[in-house]
Ligand binder design. Sequence first.
Ligand SMILES: [Zn+2]
Length: 85
Amino acid sequence: MADNRNVMERHGCIVDGKMYDMLVVYTPSGQFLDCKVTSGGGHCLKGHGRPLVACDQHSAQQIEAALAAHFPGAETPEDRDERDA
Ligand SMILES: [Zn+2]
């Protein structure tokens, strides 16, 4: 029986790039499930279909603006649009 996989990863804050250690949980099929910041001062941003982290001190507006800048036009968690040229 396959279990969820816990993987230690390092990700930068979406706003200012500060690095955080995170425990990321993937399903047996490799789909992102959950994440948790193991070093202090930051927290995970859930609901984006990928591990994202932000410092605790950033406001919701800062985080939203950073998300919009990183993923322009990606409002939905699963933005896998494969377009034919
Ligand atoms: Zn930050």
